[in-house]
Unconditional design. Structure first.
Length: 336
C-alpha cells in the first residue's frame, strides 16, 4: 500500500499532531452541509489519547494493511466507517488514533447498550429539573436543562470535524441502525423543546457532551458544517440492514501481529529493563491461538505485571510467572 498518495491526510503512525489538520480534502457536493457559525472544541483530551494509544513518540505503530486507505476514504467521502473484528483487536482505539494524529480534539464516545435509543445520542431534556429550579428560584433558563449527547455534539457546526466513536452498535436495539440513517444523511436534527420557543427565543445556549462545554443552538436545529469522523465498532454479533451498510465504509481489523504488539508495548512502556518482552509476546500469541483470541490490553497487563515483579525485589521464581499470566490471559468467550 502506498502511503505517499497525495490525498491521504491520515498515516496511522500514532504520532501526535503539532496542530489540527487544515488540508482535509473537499467533500463531495452531496456531503456538504449548511451549518453556520463555529462551535469551539476542547484542545486538550485530558490524557485520554495517551491512555488509549501510548505516550512514546519514538514507537510509531504499524497500521493494519488496509486501515490507512479506508480511514482516508471515509475522510474524503464524509461517510461513517464501520469497523469489525474480534473483541480487543483495537477497533475503538482507531478513533483515538485519528483524533490524535489529525489534532481533532477529544473523542466523543457513545457506548451502545441493549436499551440505547437514537435520542440518547442526540440530546436529553431535564424537564423535571427545570420545573424544580423554577419553583425554587423563580427562573430557570431552558438551556441549562438541554444536554447534547455525543452524537448531538459531533453534529454542531465545528470548523473541523469532531471524531465520534459509536461503540458496539451490534449490542443496540434492532431499529437503532435504521434510526441513524436520516441523521447521517442530513447532518442535522431538531431539539423539539427549543423549536417550540424559536420565534420568541431564536438562540439558546445549551450544554454539550464535552466537559464543561456549551454551544449556541439557533431556531432549535443543530446543523453540522463538517460531517464528523464517525467510527462505528461491531463485534459481529448480528447483521446490519442493507440500507445502513450502504451508507458506511467497512474495515475489518485482524488480530495484531508480533510486530504490531511489540510497537504497542514500546508506546506504553518507557522502560522494560529486566523483562524479555519478545518472549512475553510469543507466549501471548501462543496463548491467543490456544484459547481462540485474546485482547491486546491483556498483553499490556502481563507486561506491566512482569515489570513490577522484575523491579520490586520480590524475586518471584520464573516458573511461577507463566501460571499468573495464564490467569490474566483468560479466554474472552464462554465457548473458549
Amino acid at each position: 500500500m502506498d502511503l505517499d498518495t497525495d490525498w491521504y491526510v491520515y498515516r496511522g503512525t500514532g504520532e501526535v499532531a503539532a496542530d489540527a489538520v487544515r488540508d482535509l480534502p473537499e467533500a463531495p457536493p452531496w456531503r456538504r452541509f449548511p451549518g453556520v457559525g463555529t462551535t469551539s472544541r476542547p484542545a486538550d483530551d485530558g490524557g485520554e489519547g495517551d491512555r488509549r494509544v501510548g505516550r512514546s513518540p519514538a514507537a510509531p505503530r504499524v497500521p493494519a494493511p488496509d486501515e490507512v486507505e479506508m480511514v482516508n476514504a471515509a475522510l474524503l467521502l464524509r461517510r461513517p466507517l464501520l469497523v469489525t473484528g474480534d473483541p480487543g483487536t483495537g477497533k475503538s482505539t482507531l478513533a483515538h488514533l485519528i483524533a490524535r494524529e489529525l489534532g481533532l480534539g477529544p473523542v466523543l464516545k457513545w457506548a451502545v447498550t441493549s436499551r440505547t435509543a437514537l435520542g440518547d445520542g442526540l440530546y436529553s431534556y431535564d424537564a423535571i429539573g427545570r420545573v424544580r429550579a423554577a419553583g425554587a428560584a423563580g427562573d430557570a433558563d431552558i438551556g441549562d436543562y438541554v444536554h447534547l449527547g455525543p452524537l448531538g455534539t459531533a453534529l454542531l457546526p465545528h470548523d473541523l470535524p469532531r471524531v465520534l466513536l459509536i461503540d458496539e452498535l451490534d449490542k443496540g436495539d434492532i431499529d437503532l441502525p435504521n434510526d441513524l440513517l436520516n441523521v447521517f444523511e442530513e447532518g442535522e436534527y431538531q431539539i423539539t423543546e427549543l423549536v417550540r420557543i424559536a420565534k420568541s427565543r431564536p438562540e439558546v445556549r445549551v450544554l454539550t457532551d464535552d466537559t464543561g462545554g456549551t454551544a449556541t443552538v439557533r431556531d432549535g436545529v443543530v446543523r453540522c458544517r463538517e460531517f464528523p469522523v464517525v467510527i462505528i465498532t461491531s463485534n459481529g454479533e448480528r447483521e446490519f440492514p442493507p440500507a445502513f451498510l450502504r451508507r458506511c465504509l467497512r474495515l475489518h481489523v485482524a488480530p495484531p501481529t508480533h510486530e504490531q504488539l511489540g510497537r504497542m508495548v514500546a508506546a506504553h512502556f518507557d522502560d522494560t529493563h529486566g523483562v524479555d518482552v519478545a518472549r512475553l509476546i510469543r507466549e501471548f500469541l501462543r496463548r491467543r491461538d490456544e484459547v481462540g483470541g485474546l485482547a491486546a490490553d491483556q498483553l499490556l497487563n502481563g507486561v506491566h505485571l512482569a515489570i513490577r515483579l522484575a523491579t520490586s525485589g520480590a524475586h518471584r521464581p520464573d516458573d511461577d510467572l507463566p501460571a499468573v499470566l495464564e490467569a490474566i490471559w483468560h479466554p474472552l468467550s464462554a465457548e473458549s
